[in-house]
Design a protein around this ligand. Structure first.
Ligand code: 13P
Ligand code: 13P
Ligand code: MG
Ligand code: MG
Length: 379
């Protein structure tokens, strides 16, 4: 039997260095990424691509037919990041090669620093995709919107209205501390799912499938750089791919959770809570207190192994948050960010002690350790 042809969407990202602190990916690094992607497409390694940035993270969106975790595609991403990091070093950009945690490539980039979301699909008649990339935040930050998209009928009308969605969705949840995974099915296990994924610093939704036919509909990066490196080395700004329409949430339902802001971990030094701000690519750069944390959403159609392209062969990309419909969420993010910043280094503006364990504050605490004396009467 002839196996159906499959298309792979790979979104691989890395902080290779930034202009002016942890602010934005500058042009020369984009140029390197574009050149490498162009060459790879010419050689048939990938079919087509789109390069963009989420703040200081360089994002490579690649379409191909090689499957997930493919060593050739991952090596292409790794070499591209390496070359861009060398350029960043030359230019004395900030944090050059920040996320390249290992010196040699060993088959795939998972666990080496870069963040990865991949999805292999059998193309439907029309397959709308939304990819997300966020900066100054961390794995687990997509738990809340993913729950709203695929399990909350108050967000996604399709869960009530579309007969193809009544079967519900299965969530793969990764325990990032113990490296375990569990699958929970909604609506039956909604409360159990929430019990886990509400702990965003530990549990992260990695994949979602439609319950009746296992159709893959979401995939997100779950790596935590501090757990890979054993110390704080910058935040694992996450990426995700979602699939929409025709028995899945509509694109509008996928975007609806971002009509309001919500709080994520990873602002300033990866040590603070911050309100997530949905922005268009033109505003995909972090400023105030290195933020507020930002997220971009790009829409596309997959077509015969490629991002559907215009007459000139340019991939057609919809910059979905570049829209006044998200102005209120942006305003909320600025206002709520201001409220948090008034609190300075006091919780809940700063992360709780379990999360601070993975930051440089450990050095400060160690320094003070010997100066603690026992309270009188407690000897
Ligand atoms: P589909 O069922 O074709 O995805 O359309 C849903 C819809 O009407 C979106 O608003
Ligand atoms: P990035 O992980 O985006 O480099 O941010 C580091 C940081 O903590 C900036 O305040
Ligand atoms: Mg950085
Ligand atoms: Mg970043």
């Amino acid at each position: 039997m002839l196996l159906p042809k499959k298309t792979t969407i790979s979104l691989i990202k890395c902080d290779v260095g930034s202009l002016a602190g942890h602010h934005v990916v500058p042009k020369p690094l984009f140029k390197i990424a574009e050149k490498n992607m162009e060459n790879a497409a010419a050689q048939g390694i990938i079919n087509n691509y789109f390069v963009f940035n989420a703040g200081d993270d360089l994002e490579l969106l690649m379409l191909h037919e090689k499957g997930e975790q493919n060593p050739i595609v991952h090596k292409l991403a790794w070499n591209t990041f390496k070359e861009a990091a060398d350029k960043a070093l030359d230019l004395k950009l900030y944090g050059a090669g920040q996320d390249l945690l290992k010196s040699a490539f060993s088959g795939n980039v998972c666990g080496m620093g870069p963040g990865v979301a991949e999805m292999e699909i059998e193309e439907r008649g029309a397959d709308p995709i939304v990819v997300f990339a966020a900066d100054k935040t961390s794995a687990g930050s997509f738990n809340y919107p993913l729950f709203r998209m695929f399990a909350d009928p108050m967000n996604t009308a399709g869960l009530v209205i579309d007969p193809h969605m009544l079967c519900g969705f299965k969530f793969d949840v990764v325990d990032t501390i113990e490296n375990k995974v569990i699958t929970l099915k909604c609506p039956e296990e909604t409360y159990e799912l929430l019990a886990l994924i509400g702990t965003v610093g530990r549990y992260a939704v990695s994949r979602i499938r439609r319950a009746d036919d296992d159709l893959i509909c979401a995939s997100s990066s779950v790596s935590k750089l501090s757990l890979i490196a054993g110390k704080y080395v910058g935040k694992d700004d996450p990426v995700m791919i979602t699939r929409a329409q025709h028995g899945l949430p509509a694109v509008g339902e996928i975007l609806a959770p971002f009509m309001q802001t919500y709080f994520v971990m990873g602002w300033m030094r990866g040590s603070h809570w911050g309100p997530l701000m949905p922005v268009g690519l033109k505003d995909s750069r972090c400023t105030a207190f290195d933020g507020p944390p930002r997220i971009v959403a790009l829409g596309l159609q997959v077509s015969n192994g490629r991002i559907a392209s215009d007459d000139e062969g340019k991939p057609m990309i919809a910059d979905l948050f570049d829209d006044p419909a998200f102005a209120l969420a942006r305003e909320e993010a600025v206002k709520e960010g201001n409220t948090l910043r008034r609190m300075g280094e006091f919780e809940p503006a700063r992360l709780g002690p379990e999360e601070m364990e993975y930051t440089t504050i450990q050095t400060v605490l160690k320094k003070l350790d010997k100066r603690f004396t026992t309270l009188k009467g407690q000897e």
